[in-house]
Design a protein around this ligand. Structure first.
Ligand SMILES: [Zn+2]
Length: 120
């Protein structure tokens, strides 16, 4: 067996949340694999590259953030969240949240209706 490089981080959302599917069964019962550039399919019980999803092409970052996707990462060794910092098309991930609004937790845009409590 060839040695596969282990992941040092994974994305904060699950693979299927980025619209990835299993390239073997087409399913979306997925988790990030312990190996780099791989996903784990619960249905196939296999590490596989997966396919599709946002990472297939150039990511329209701002649009995706608007839509509620997060591109923060988890440092697997420490379990800490690494926040996306974007600087002139250059992305870095740091333990501190960035000051700009883009790196803040993306909030779902769907508005929640707040019904005022009726008194009496
Ligand atoms: Zn599968």
């Amino acid at each position: 067996m060839e040695a596969k490089p282990k992941r040092e981080w994974c994305w904060i959302m699950k693979p299927q949340s980025y619209e990835m599917t299993c390239d073997l069964c087409g399913g979306s019962n997925l988790e990030w694999s312990e190996f780099d550039h791989m996903i784990w399919c619960y249905d196939c019980q296999k590490d596989t590259p997966g396919k599709g999803g946002l990472f297939d092409g150039p990511i329209p970052l701002h649009l995706c953030l608007e839509l509620g996707f997060s591109f923060d990462r988890i440092n697997i060794a420490t379990g800490k969240r690494l926040y996306l910092h974007e600087d002139n098309d250059h992305c870095e991930w740091k333990e501190e949240p960035a000051n700009n609004a883009l790196a803040a937790d993306p909030k779902p845009r769907r508005s929640v209706e707040i019904v005022p409590a009726t008194e009496g």
